[in-house]
Design a protein around this ligand. Sequence first.
Ligand code: NAP
Length: 513
Amino acid sequence: MTQPWSNPLRDKRDKRMPRIAGPCSVVIFGVTGDLARKKLMPAIYDLANRGLLPPSFALVGFARRDWADEDFGQVVYEAVKQHARTPFRQEVWDRLAEGFRFVQGTFDDEAGFARLAETLNKLDAERGTGGNHAFYLSIPPKAFPQVLEQLSRTGLAKKSDGHWSRVVIEKPFGHDLKSAEELNKIVNDVFPESSVFRIDHYLGKETVQNILALRFANEMFEPVWNAHYVDSVQITMAEDIGLGGRGGYYDGVGAARDVIQNHLLQLLALTAMEEPVNFSPAELQAEKIKVLSASTLAEPLDETTARGQYTAGWQGGERVVGLLEEEGFSTTSTTETFAAITVDVDTRRWAGVPFYLRTGKRLGRRVTEIALIFKRAPHLPFDATMTEELGQNALVIRVQPDEGITMRFGSKVPGNKMEVRDVSMDFSYGSAFAEESPEAYERLILDVLLGEPSLFPVNEEVELAWKILDPALEFWAAQDEAQGHPEPYESGGWGPDSAFEMLKRSGREWRRP
Ligand SMILES: NC(=O)c1ccc[n+]([C@@H]2O[C@H](COP(=O)([O-])OP(=O)(O)OC[C@H]3O[C@@H](n4cnc5c(N)ncnc54)[C@H](OP(=O)(O)O)[C@@H]3O)[C@@H](O)[C@H]2O)c1
């Protein structure tokens, strides 16, 4: 008899064994940038340290500095020393560093790309990197088309028999639906969709992947995971930091494009989607696409959305300045640092359940969580005074920090009266498992090298997410024309008044994480 947990599609390999990347080179464009230094180069070292990279591995930096291979090596060394997750081991470093190369060039420099092709060919011949190349575009989004065109012109984007060529693209992917469609066209003219890996680093987080385990490996949650029991869903990504020095990237982008379009709508898709037939990338993507297709902004937008810009205030006992006084922002900037939207998911499972999504800078605490708020019990056989401190049941997936899950429910207060009060039951990754979670970028870079696309949004998902968000972006742009700046909110608080009003209208309130 077939066991209920057996999967006919499962391959013969034992899935508990770590998969190690095959021979390859990784080229990082934008190697002098913040992301490369803090995340990418340390993640590559951590993968090497965990034995997940092959001996025939090379890391090639491409940038406009006049550096030799050794200078590049020194830059990687400093990034690893400062930001790697795992301990420094000299023998791992020495082996990895033998594969470091640096190519000097700008994105419009054909000779630079010719040198890059030459370097990769040489590595294939001398280091055995096997003609397999991953190109990581850790560069300003406006430079994506130019680099893609250069990769196409030099033939580097083409995969020849038995070899692969893949491109990794950072967010933001476009700034609205139209620009995302145009960019997808440019990307897909150069690389087939199966070779495109769009990064949404949230999907690399253990806690985000655990949404699937929680929902589909257990029997106790799925029966209540629907409009019969759930009153509303709140997805929050709050940051306590401000934007000093990040004007170049953030100004004109704002909170909704930076976080809601990608991270929060992906979290919504994983929370709201139906069970996939199996966990193959195609089945997983099909379910996410279905639920994103069924999602729209609730209306009217002046009541169901909110947007704000932080002003001076107190944060962590320190006086901090407002966005308009931050270095890199002009005093006329209309960029929002807080955005909230209400999404209706028009499916049988979710009809009538609002999904509230919010994100902001300089909020009270750094926290990302998904909270399912349950309906109240239809009848309470207690005197009203006994349940004054009883709220709504909640299941909270704590994405970061303090990764885990909290269940909130009512419990009798000890004593000789019947008094019911909310209590919490916690699962915490830190105490339940001895293993430390890898960084999201470790998982994602390894998946690129393995050609495993499950955790990367495909072109259709990205476009659907813009389609959901675009009406809010247009509405806010019109508001700015009429009113000037987005609504101010004080640093260290939980956003503008309109965000509170947004929920108050229906008798709800935001969770205070
Ligand atoms: N930083 C993050 O945490 C983060 C998070 C999510 C997504 N991202 C995305 O990741 C990408 C990189 O972000 P970042 O923060 O690392 O940016 P960044 O610090 O501004 O770095 C940009 C990099 O691109 C290079 N570059 C720019 N124009 C160039 C040109 N014409 N020719 C050659 N090189 C050029 C810069 O080189 P020079 O040093 O020579 O200027 C630098 O290495 C962006 O798409 C961003 O949206 C970043």
